[in-house]
Design a protein around this ligand. Structure first.
Ligand SMILES: NC(=O)C1=CN([C@@H]2O[C@H](COP(=O)(O)OP(=O)(O)OC[C@H]3O[C@@H](n4cnc5c(N)ncnc54)[C@H](O)[C@@H]3O)[C@@H](O)[C@H]2O)C=CC1
Ligand SMILES: O=C(O)CCC(=O)C(=O)O
Length: 423
């Protein structure tokens, strides 16, 4: 029975939906909003499940399950990525859509949160099968998505090619070339300069700001990055180029460690399109071992629930900056905060991606395209302001940065819903 209770408590704290809801509730109460605000905020207003038949290369039909959650459109259209992963679930997509609302609130975008996913393993699918799946997903959702309704983007195991197929499918259905339907597209199809590296750039800006607060010099600082895909690999490169020492990186297969600093350019050159590189080496660590190495800065940039009650006491970083969505459980957040480790939460640290997605959508709407420097300058302004807003809220209220970020993030949607007369 005791073992069952402990298993239940472990299950509860790694349930990203219930833990997100509990922080949202706390944030709304501290801001003095009535219970109705939480009732509205705790779940997406629309949750769609689709079944997508795809003829596979062996001639057989396989039916995939996909989801799209539209959390709240009080502020504007919903917005957020689509992930292709075997572990995608309805619960995960619901939680991720709430996080998107929070991100848009923190960086002050005219969006609510959305998120989608398909249960599949793209690493085992051919290019043709992936194209058919991407197009099928858009056909199944075409009534409820669109540039003024819900705007998808890349996330785990999706990329600019998949965005291009989805944009093309939507444009065919709409009988109109519609680049503003989706962001993270190739530049030649209306993508924005800087979108591909935007998530990592936003994380870098948060690291710079956090280092200033903690008196850490980035030059020579030791950095560990979990995940070597879009977010993790660009981040490792930025850290390396800024003179930090990237002492470990990982992917789904394992981790590489060199206390003197890894050769990031070499690893970038060798990684595959799914962000895997450690399989080329023999002397690897596990992800769990890597997370506990001594370092100044730790950046989880892969998947959820990586820092938990189990390993939080062993984390040796001074700063944890969450590039991934949901890498740290609430119990682990509590433990790290008690240990005076500064956590820059996902909804702030990873908001660079959606910020440049917004820039892409604005450029598509006006049909006028910005230079890379303009994108980078605007992104920096937004992220520095957001970081300091959340940091000051945390300091003034004597709370951790996750709760402070939720307080900053929920306010815009809640105010918009109030003015509309929804609550
Ligand atoms: N791509 C984007 O614009 C944004 C991504 N994020 C978040 O960043 C995280 C990473 O996303 P991307 O870099 O886009 O994905 P990606 O698909 O480009 O890369 C994922 C990386 O994580 C690794 N990985 C997968 N399963 C793992 C496991 N069990 N243990 C360790 N590593 C594992 C993969 O090997 C790969 O290196 C996700 O949480 C995503 O939601 C957040 C904001 C925007
Ligand atoms: O770029 C976007 O619209 C969304 C990115 C995303 O899915 C995320 O921030 O988790």
């Amino acid at each position: 029975m005791a073992a069952q209770n402990s298993a239940d408590s472990q299950k509860e704290q790694t349930n990203i939906l219930t833990s997100t809801q509990s922080v949202v509730k706390d944030a709304l109460e501290r801001l003095g909003y009535p219970d109705e605000a939480y009732e509205l905020m705790k779940e997406p207003v629309r949750m769609i499940t689709v079944r997508i038949p795809v003829r596979m290369d062996d001639g057989k039909i396989k039916v995939f399950t996909g989801y799209r959650a539209q959390h709240n459109d009080a502020v504007g259209p919903t917005k957020g990525g689509v992930r292709f992963h075997p572990n995608v679930s309805e619960m995960e997509v619901r939680a991720l859509s709430i996080w998107m609302t929070l991100k848009s609130g923190i960086v002050d975008l005219p969006y609510g949160g959305g998120k989608g996913g398909i249960v599949c393993d793209p690493r085992e699918m051919s290019f043709r099968e992936l194209e058919a799946l991407s197009r099928g997903y858009v056909r199944a959702l075409s009534q409820v998505v669109g540039p003024t309704k819900d705007i998808p983007a890349p996330d785990v195991f999706t990329n600019s090619q998949i965005m291009a197929w989805m944009m093309d499918e939507y444009s065919r259905i709409d009988e109109f070339n519609n680049p503003g339907f989706i962001t993270g597209k190739p530049i030649v199809l209306g993508g924005s300069h800087g979108r591909e590296s935007a998530t990592a750039k936003g994380v870098t800006i948060c690291i710079e700001e956090a280092c200033k607060k903690r008196g850490i010099k980035l030059q020579g600082a030791r950095v560990i990055v979990q995940g070597f895909g879009n977010a993790g690999s660009f981040l490792a490169k930025f850290m390396h180029d800024m003179g930090a020492k990237v002492i470990a990186i990982s992917d789904a297969e394992g981790a590489l460690h060199d206390p003197e600093g890894l050769d990031i350019d070499y690893l970038l050159d060798r990684r595959d399109s799914f962000g895997t590189v450690t399989n080329l080496f023999e002397d690897t660590l596990s992800n769990d071992e890597m997370l506990e190495l001594d370092t100044d800065i730790l950046v989880p940039a892969a998947i959820e629930n990586q820092i938990t009650e189990e390993n939080a006491h062993n984390i040796q970083a001074d700063i944890v900056v969450e590039a991934a969505n949901g890498p740290t459980t609430l119990k682990a957040t509590e433990i790290l905060t008690e240990r005076d480790i500064l956590i820059v939460p996902d909804v702030l640290a990873s908001s660079g991606g959606v910020t440049v997605s917004y820039f892409e959508w604005v450029q598509n709407n006006q049909g006028y395209y910005w230079k890379e420097e303009e994108v980078q300058e605007k992104l920096r302004q937004v992220l520095v302001k957001a970081f300091n807003n959340v940091y000051t809220t945390a300091q003034n209220r004597n709370i951790d940065m996750r709760l402070a970020a939720y307080m900053v993030g929920v306010r815009k949607m809640t105010e918009a819903a109030r003015f509309r007369g929804w609550i």
